[in-house]
Design a protein around this ligand. Structure first.
Ligand code: SAH
Length: 220
């Protein structure tokens, strides 16, 4: 790993270890997930002025009125997505943002498809995928409510912005045994859900109370 990816001072290994211990205390059990958080350079996904807070367990601004998700939430969602135990071939992410969650996901899936409605965020995220040599990520500027029908079905779908209800197209693009992790609801009353497609329908599990930016329509 080169020095930029390793980080210095507050972005160092010590602050990463501290973050991982916090996540463990909060209930993240998968060592695979904890390792992924430890080894993903979160300081490269935010503005340099905020780098000293990169390994704090908080959401941070990334411009365009959006935020990079809290590491605990990234860990929790990814853990829920991989907990089916089957290898994930195709995973779809809605809400690329700065690309941090995408890069964490890319460690667990053969191919990640990610959709972001704000072009300015997407082009910066793409540069990060390139410089981190994440070659199994395809990114598109589109409205995530529609999913990515040409690539469906997906073994997993992870949504990082909150719609008021589960978009029908995303459910339709879920493979049998596929898992959809999604925050649903309006500001102040969102719940994180795990929906699993079974042979005869959809099963639903409540995971957490959460606070995401709203999922909007169209592109920008
Ligand atoms: N996973 C991101 C979280 C970014 S915040 C990260 O860690 O950085 C949520 C993102 O969802 C924002 O970038 C927002 O622009 C995007 N978003 C909101 N509605 C969307 C939609 N309909 N389609 C695609 N992206 C959307």
């Amino acid at each position: 790993m080169n020095i930029e990816h390793q980080g210095i001072g507050m972005t160092s290994q010590r602050s990463r270890n501290r973050l991982v211990e916090q996540l463990r205390t909060m209930g993240i059990q998968s060592e695979l997930i904890l390792d992924a958080i430890k080894n993903t350079p979160r300081h490269l996904f935010i503005d340099e002025a905020l780098a000293s807070r990169a390994y704090d367990n908080t959401a941070l601004p990334i411009g365009f009125n959006q935020t990079i998700s809290q590491p605990y939430i990234v860990a929790r969602m990814t853990e829920a997505l991989i907990a089916g135990g089957k290898p994930l071939k195709k995973v779809l992410e809605i809400g690329t943002g700065c690309g941090y969650q995408t890069v964490v996901l890319a460690r667990f899936a053969e191919q990640v498809y990610t959709i972001e409605r704000i072009q300015g965020l997407l082009s910066r995220a793409r540069e990060r995928f390139y410089s981190l040599k994440c070659r199994n990520i395809k990114a598109m500027n589109s409205d995530g409510n529609l999913g990515w029908p040409e690539q469906a079905p997906f073994d997993g779908i992870l949504v990082t912005a909150a719609p008021v209800g589960v978009p029908a197209q995303l459910l339709e693009q879920l493979a049998v045994d596929g898992r959809l992790v999604i925050p649903v609801g309006t500001a102040g009353a969102q719940k994180l859900l795990l929906l699993t497609r079974t042979e005869d329908g959809i099963s639903e599990k409540y995971l957490d109370a959460v606070s995401f930016v709203p999922m909007l329509g169209g592109t920008n």
